[in-house]
Design a protein around this ligand. Structure first.
Ligand code: ADP
Ligand code: ZN
Ligand code: ZN
Length: 839
């Protein structure tokens, strides 16, 4: 470790100096050049991580992007501290992806690198050190960051000087040497920390001493141990688990030491055997991932005739198209087709990536995939720990994992031989990253990733996004439509219930039509299951005073507070603010407070009253906060332990239950009338997806949709499963109003704590943008649906660009306008963000 170069003014040796360009995980537009200390020179290669000083106070993890012997022209390069890896952790293909994402989404490569690699591979920002301000002197060359405490502790531990003494010495020359030495130690400490993070996990294992691997020696030993029955038990247990008689090589695998204690055997006797050199202890690297490595996986994939036909058609089209869209009704077995493609890829020695929305990666899915691919699969998911993510990342880099099933960030894994990508449920909004930058769309980035690797990309959905549908229609993508469900079960019958009419006829009970309640009764009696869908959690979306009209609103955001009955609280779903629900109006003190609207909590309560004997569970953000709660709810429902499942959009995603005969969409209007050009598309997709949970085995299911807008054409398309009809109509509207897929949108978001400053800056930005793009293509600044979140005021400006408009040029212009605004001091608190292709 002594090779650390903290001195920037050491005279240079005569040999040629090596410089590297390092990409740092920061929102800065360029790489930084560092000098390589001679002792690190041979470790330097493209794509390895390095630890470098940054500014006066930071040390940071970056990655080598270029190696040169050119010193930078405009600044004095500093030495890097250490090269961390022996092999590249960032592949050339990843750098290409970073470049594309940064450029397309108006972010930086540094930001992309930052979200792209697991935090377990970087120094965390908290691990910076900060010296006491007394030491923060410009003449000491390496004042880094940090925790005063660490410094002081170090000083004390070293028995060097008391804090007082140091403070007194602060102006002398010794102190600067001392500080230098301390800082050197801190840097070493931090480097150790980042290495520690990255360490594989090991466990104590034991194996039999080699000399007993001969049969006669072992028998002698057993005779000897007859008088020591506890030690003999341990030896027998070992031999039962590791049958060295049959195969002496198995001995090398050993047996986990802790396992003896788990089977009730004495730990002290194990230690005696170790002491007597009969057993040997060693550290074995074990996986943090929950995989049984001894299991043999043999499950097959047997496609039905319909699926086989779909596959061979797609194969043909892949000859002409890099991207294909598979539109297959819910329950048609799209997954089976994906896996069949993937199996061929894996068997041929290449890598495959299977992207799913966060929520669709269920135990159901993972088990299915494990049965076919065993250890070769890595699951990459946000519920995994840092260490688990690092292990998968390394597995891909080293080539031991060649199939990843994961969420959007899996596109950043270090593939070097990727030849097939599946994007399932490609219409899902959750593929788009909102914060932090880069605000990328994982489907679109996956298509680019496919280009980089020359991999084929298969998009799949029962309800494609309008964009993908349009691309398929225009022959940009290949396309196949699968209209048959597996086992040819009919798609559910969709019944649209006209709530206006039902109310007038007094055929409702609260928020439910009599027909829905009756049907629920029938299904419950038949021991069938039902899903009741409402895309709003909590009990009531708002409470209102019927005397003065007052509505309880959040202190920090411009939204009403949602009433949660179980905790008797009002909560803000945007900032987490909560308060006890008031007994009287806070404006006029009237006690006439009414709950308005209804969320999943209320539906659950209502159902309990209507069906007191029936087991009911609710699945929404409130009931799934713990790591396994989501899984538990799904399993209980799958095993028929619960009969009714109430939930938000969480119940609409990819779930496969055999016994569900009825799906109820209690309030269709809520989704449709939201001020967003995609609201109808989304509502339609969501309703079809949730409907798809009904009748997936043998018998046809039923769907009840309650609405007060019975005449809306959307319902006509919905009940006839006329997806194309609906999409064609949507396309007409999109064309007419200049929206995607005909136009490209760039959203500029301005935020600050001051409403007036936010508005003023938005107006100036708008003026600048209209000078470039004209008033027709720039929409006037406006507040988004929720204008204030956590006391920050938002304004948005939408830019609509013709598809042929040169994009780079447009972005360049937008950046110029932004920079001009940033130069104006009065707006220095205003933050400006870009969202390209907002979802
Ligand atoms: P989709 O993703 O198209 O909605 P799934 O892939 O979930 O459909 O398939 C629906 C159900 O049918 C699942 O339970 C799946 O295991 C089963 N299934 C589909 N195709 C096959 C097949 N070829 N062999 C066995 N089971 C299948
Ligand atoms: Zn009131
Ligand atoms: Zn709030």
């Amino acid at each position: 470790m002594s090779q650390l170069s903290l001195q920037s003014n050491t005279p240079e040796p005569l040999k040629e100096t090596l410089f590297v360009q390092v990409l740092l995980p920061l929102p800065l537009p360029k790489t930084f050049t560092y000098r390589v200390p001679d002792k690190q020179a041979e470790k330097v290669q493209h794509g390895v991580r390095v630890i470098v000083p940054f500014g006066k106070k930071k040390i940071i993890t970056g990655v080598i992007k270029e190696i040169t012997n050119q010193a930078p022209a405009d600044y004095e390069a500093r030495y890097l501290f250490e090269v961390l890896d022996d092999y590249p952790m960032i592949m050339p293909q990843q750098f290409k992806l970073f470049e594309w994402i940064a450029s397309y989404y108006m972010a930086t490569e540094g930001e992309t690198f930052n979200v792209g690699i697991p935090s377990g591979l970087k120094l965390s920002s908290e691990s910076k050190l900060q010296l006491h301000p007394q030491f923060n002197r410009d003449d000491s060359p390496y004042i880094f960051s940090n925790l005063e405490d660490i410094v002081i502790n170090l000083l004390k531990k070293e028995g060097l000087l008391s804090y007082q003494q140091i403070a007194e010495l602060a102006s002398t020359k010794e102190i600067s040497l001392l500080i230098k030495e301390l800082l050197r130690k801190q840097v070493i400490l931090l480097i150790e920390q980042v290495k520690e993070k990255y360490k594989p996990k090991t466990e104590k294992y034991v194996k039999l001493n080699k000399s007993y691997l001969q049969k006669d020696k072992l028998e002698q030993l057993m005779e000897l141990l007859e008088k020591k029955p506890r030690q003999l038990d341990i030896l027998l247990k070992y031999l039962q688990q590791v049958p060295v008689f049959q195969d002496a090589e198995l001995n090398e695998n050993g047996f986990a030491k802790a396992q003896f204690a788990n089977s009730g055997l004495s730990d002290s006797s194990v230690n005696t055997l170790i002491k007597n050199d009969i057993l040997e202890v060693f550290d074995k690297e074990i996986s943090r991932l929950d995989i049984d490595s001894n299991h043999q996986y043999t499950a097959d994939i047997n496609l039905t005739d319909f699926q086989e036909e779909a596959k061979s058609s797609l194969e043909e089209q892949f000859a002409k198209h890099d991207v294909n869209l598979l539109q297959g009704v819910t329950g048609s077995g799209k997954t089976e087709i994906y896996l069949s493609f993937i199996k061929e890829v894996i068997d041929s020695g290449s890598q495959a990536l299977f992207l799913l929305p966060e929520i669709a990666i269920t135990t159901q899915m993972i088990q299915r995939v494990r049965k076919i691919f065993g250890k070769q699969v890595g699951v990459y998911h946000s519920k995994f720990s840092d260490a688990e993510r690092v292990e998968i990342y390394r597995g891909v880099a080293e080539g031991s994992i060649n199939f990843i099933i994961g969420v959007r960030s899996s596109i950043f894994l270090p593939f070097n031989n990727l030849s097939f990508i599946v994007v399932d449920e490609e219409h899902e909004q959750s593929y788009k990253q909102f914060d932090p930058a880069p605000r990328y769309h994982a489907r679109d980035a996956a298509i680019v990733l496919g280009k980089i690797h020359q991999a084929k990309v298969l998009l799949g959905s029962a309800t494609p996004s309008l964009e993908s549908y349009f691309n398929a229609k225009n022959n940009k993508y290949g396309y196949y439509e699968l209209t048959q469900r597996y086992k040819e079960v009919k798609l559910p019958h969709i019944e649209i219930i006209n709530m206006k009419k039902e109310k007038a006829k007094k055929q409702t009970n609260g928020d439910y039509s009599h027909s829905l309640i009756e049907q629920l009764k029938v299904e419950v009696e038949k021991k069938k299951q039902a899903i009741i869908f409402q895309n709003r959690r909590g009990y009531a979306p708002y409470i209102q005073c019927e005397t003065c009209g007052w509505i309880a609103e959040c202190e920090n955001c411009s939204v009403s507070l949602t009433y949660h009955m179980h905790q008797h609280q009002l909560k803000c779903h945007y900032c987490g603010f909560r308060q006890k629900s008031p007994a009287v109006c806070l404006n006029c003190e009237s006690s006439n407070l009414q709950m308005k609207g209804f969320g999943t909590e209320k539906i659950e309560d209502d159902l309990h009253l209507m069906f007191p004997e029936v087991k009911i569970q609710r699945m929404d953000k409130d009931t799934t906060r713990k790591k396994y709660s989501y899984q538990q709810i799904i399993e209980a429902f799958e095993n028929n332990e619960t009969q009714l499942l109430v939930g938000t959009q969480m119940v609409s995603k990819g779930l496969d239950f055999k016994n569900v005969s009825l799906v109820a969409i209690v309030d269709a209007d809520r989704m449709m009338f939201y001020p967003d050009f995609r609201a109808h598309e989304r509502a339609f997709q969501m309703m079809l997806q949730v409907s798809g949970r009904a009748g997936r085995d043998k018998e046809q299911g039923q769907v009840f949709v309650q609405t007060y807008q019975h005449d809306n054409p959307l319902f006509y398309y919905l009940k006839n499963y006329d997806i194309k009809g609906f999409y064609e109509k949507q396309l007409e509207e999109r064309y007419q109003f200049a929206y995607p897929p005909f136009y490209r949108l760039i959203k500029v978001i301005l935020k600050s704590k001051e409403a007036v400053q936010t508005q003023k800056s938005a107006q100036l930005m708008y003026n600048g943008l209209t000078q470039i793009f004209g008033t027709k293509r720039v929409l006037a600044p406006h507040e988004p649906v929720i204008a204030k979140i956590k006391n920050i005021f938002h304004q948005e400006i939408w830019i609509k660009l013709e598809k042929g408009h040169p994009l780079d040029q447009a972005k360049q212009k937008i950046s110029e306008v932004t920079n001009k605004l940033k130069e104006d001091k009065q707006f220095n608190k205003v933050r400006i963000y870009f969202d390209v292709d907002p979802a």
